[in-house]
Write a protein that binds this ligand. Structure first.
Ligand code: FUL
Length: 709
């Protein structure tokens, strides 16, 4: 076998082994040399340089190809409304009335997920399986009379629906009395073994890194600090996982197979290497982009929730990510050489909420439509260099539909051009590229160009830096009608090794546009899809394909209504109509208690920016600049994930007279705009008083506006 020859090759320097042969997260080099190098034919030696790179382990490679994993966050928090339980929650809380893991399986399978991962234990310590090592679990809850086992139910459902199964076991445990001491680590490892042995094959094991220190800890109610790198004995945990579940990849801890992407917002860096220096430490390494000179293969995983929180909160029922946001997340994760781990906060009944499942089905349909017709399969392909002139490395290997075959360049050739020519002109707006990562990740810079006549070439218009490719890179660009497309590979870490290139003409995403007006009255219309055309009206009539086309923000200086829709210029199809009614713009109002920058946030039409009154103040004085006849006002609290200061009870004075008082019903569960109307009242200076807050000690005001006669 070729592996036996390896030492002499190392001595002659013909191969730079890098770190492919050692260290956690990287398989012994022989695996790759045997599979990819010792082919027993003339190409073998040529392939030595091809394989002289960091490469993924078989587990990492398989995981990367699954691309999509669904996360399920579910525990006592679902019922208490918290994001992090503190460990004192009663097991009685856990009482889903209609838990249906088959519904989860069906929705997730239909949406294209390949794996499902469950929070078997979150930071609160409550276990979703009847662990033999604690009573703080489903066995002490009223659910299924204490006889339930959610890990069993979900792992069985996954098998029924052809989905892989993974486990999240929080190392931090705010319930356990011994947390911080040796006895807890024993407990943690015992639980791990229970989960690794009793529930069939596992494919991902998640060790979350969060640790806020404080917790209930069996009643001690104190702060405990640990050194996570040594305390949990991750090296031993890795050995246990490897021996009991050899196919599982490990997330987190000190010897992971995959890395966190560095944010919970749903994006990987445009440049995204699958390796980092050292074993991967988020405080030291660049997790978002990876590290070009890294010595460990550690691919990125993008974790993000379909709602603002990880757990279900009724108040977030109206805050699902929009279809276009979810489509963006796909392109910014799977389309940037990372896997997507998308979270579904199962609701209190025990189901994926209807709105969430409808949204994810729409997402799947949108992606299916975007990638419905591949355009390069019939194209003529040419390259300026082919490894050894061999047919097996010919450029046509990039369009043969076989991931295992690839176009490659000669040793030392790290630049190259792949050109695709169509028989007839084609409209194109997506390009998908894949490197053959069993032989490493190489490309560091490339350009995509199109030509209408095969003579003049133009770069495609994309906002993306065209740097790394890795397992998969998908570029979105403004559509072009072309006779030919080419990819110029300008820089790489070794000979090029491209196994797949695809092109598509994705239809415009017909999601109704967003209508926003700022404090000065400028209206901006935004479509989720950059290629879309927006048509609008301001006279209250329904827009259609012949209404004015939106080109730039326009002024609506007074009251008015804007209606708008998105239109696909190719097919003429149109979205639903979005409509917003506006009163006068309030950007000229002055708030005595706030600095100009802070007060602007109340009137900018953007609910994601919120003003907070200075601590201790419960009211603010708003000078409208002139006398007006008011018929109402509207208040929106800070509904952001970390927002607080939601006003639940209010009073409004106009020139010292009370004009309205009451409660904003259900504002906690549904923190959207609250409109209060009253009989017309004239005056100039308003006083908005927060009589009670749901949380925090400073009232938040994301938006404030008035209704005028
Ligand atoms: C974080 C945790 O603290 C969150 O609660 C959630 O589980 C997320 C996936 O990871 O670090």
């Amino acid at each position: 076998m070729f592996a036996k020859l390896l030492p002499s090759l190392v001595l002659t320097g013909a191969v730079a082994l890098g770190c492919a042969c050692s260290g956690p997260g990287n398989a012994p080099a022989e695996t790759y040399y045997e599979k990819y190098v010792d082919l027993g034919d003339a190409d073998s030696l040529a392939k030595v340089e091809m394989a002289a790179h960091l490469v993924p382990t078989p587990q990492q490679l398989a995981w990367q190809q699954w691309e999509l994993t669904a996360f399920i966050h579910f525990t006592v928090n679902t019922f208490s409304g918290k994001e992090w339980g503190d460990g004192r929650e009663s097991p009685d809380l856990f009482f889903p009335t209609a838990i249906d893991t088959d519904q989860w399986g069906e929705v997730l399978k239909d949406a294209g997920f390949r794996m499902v991962m469950l929070t078997a234990k979150h930071h609160d310590g409550f276990c979703l399986w009847p662990s033999a090592y604690t009573d703080y679990s489903v066995k002490s809850s009223p659910w299924r009379d204490g006889k339930g086992d959610l890990v069993r139910e979900l792992s069985d459902a996954c098998r029924r629906h052809g989905l892989r199964f993974g486990i999240y076991l929080s190392p931090w445990d705010r319930h356990h009395a011994e947390y911080g001491r040796e006895a807890y680590v024993e407990y943690f490892h015992n639980q791990m073994r229970e989960l690794l042995t009793n529930y069939g094959p596992l494919f991902e094991y998640w060790f979350d890194g969060a640790n806020g220190g404080d917790g209930w800890y069996g009643g001690a109610d104190e702060r405990r600090s640990i050194d996570a790198r040594s305390y949990y004995r991750y090296e031993e945990a890795r050995e246990t996982i490897r021996s009991l579940q050899p196919e599982a990849v490990i997330f987190g801890g000190t010897c992971a197979d995959i890395r966190w992407i560095g944010n919970e917002e749903g994006w990987a860096g445009q440049t995204n290497w699958s390796f980092v220096k050292g074993a991967g430490d988020q405080n030291v390494n660049d997790f978002t982009h990876g590290e070009r000179d890294g010595d460990h293969w550690l691919p990125g995983e993008v974790d993000v929730s379909i709602r603002p929180g990880w757990f279900y909160h009724p108040r977030e029922d109206t805050q699902l990510k929009s279809l276009s946001q979810l489509v963006d997340i796909y392109y910014q994760s799977v389309g940037r050489n990372a896997n997507l781990l998308l979270n579904f906060p199962v609701d209190r009944s025990g189901r994926i909420a209807a709105a969430d499942s409808a949204r994810i089905v729409a997402w799947r349909q949108t992606l299916d439509a975007e990638f419905a017709h591949e355009l390069l399969a019939g194209a003529d392909v040419e390259a300026d260099n082919v490894r050894g002139g061999a047919r097996r490395f010919a450029p046509g290997r990039t369009t043969d539909g076989n991931w295992e075959s690839y176009w490659a360049t000669d040793d030392g050739v790290t630049e190259g051009v792949l050109t695709f020519r169509f028989e007839a002109p084609q409209h194109v707006n997506r390009l998908l590229l894949q490197e053959y990562i069993p032989l490493g990740q190489r490309v560091a810079r490339f350009a995509v160009e199109w030509s209408g006549d095969d003579r003049e070439w133009h770069p495609v218009e994309t906002g993306e830096e065209l740097t790394t490719i890795g397992y998969k890179r998908i570029i979105r660009f403004a559509g072009v009608t072309c006779r030919a497309l080419r990819v110029r590979f300008e820089e790489a870490r070794g000979p090029l090794c491209i196994c797949n290139v695809e092109a598509y003409d994705a239809p415009v995403l017909l999601e109704e546009p967003r209508i926003v007006r700022d404090g000065s009255g400028m209206v901006t219309l935004r479509a989720g899809d950059r290629g879309a055309e927006i048509r609008y009206t301001t006279d209250g009539t329904q827009p259609d394909g012949s209404s004015p086309r939106y080109e730039a923000p326009f002024l609506l200086p007074d009251k008015g209504e804007v209606r708008a829709l998105v239109r696909d210029p190719q097919s003429g199809r149109m979205s639903e109509v979005a409509a917003r009614r506006f009163d006068i713009p309030c950007g000229s109002f002055r708030v005595r208690e706030l600095e100009p920058g802070e007060q602007a946030k109340m009137f900018d039409g953007d609910v994601t920016t919120a003003a907070y009154l200075p601590r201790g103040l419960r009211s603010c004085t708003i000078d409208m600049g002139c006398e007006r006849s008011l018929t109402g006002f509207a208040y929106t609290p800070d509904a952001g994930r970390w927002g607080s200061g939601v006003v639940t009870h209010y009073r409004l004075l106009l020139d010292g007279r009370k004009v309205a008082e009451g409660e904003f019903s259900n504002i906690v569960n549904n923190p959207v705009e609250q409109l209060v109307e009253f009989a017309p009242q004239r005056g100039r200076v308003l006083r908005f008083e927060a009589c009670a807050l749901a949380s925090g000690d400073a009232p938040s005001i994301a938006e404030f506006s008035v209704r005028t006669e």
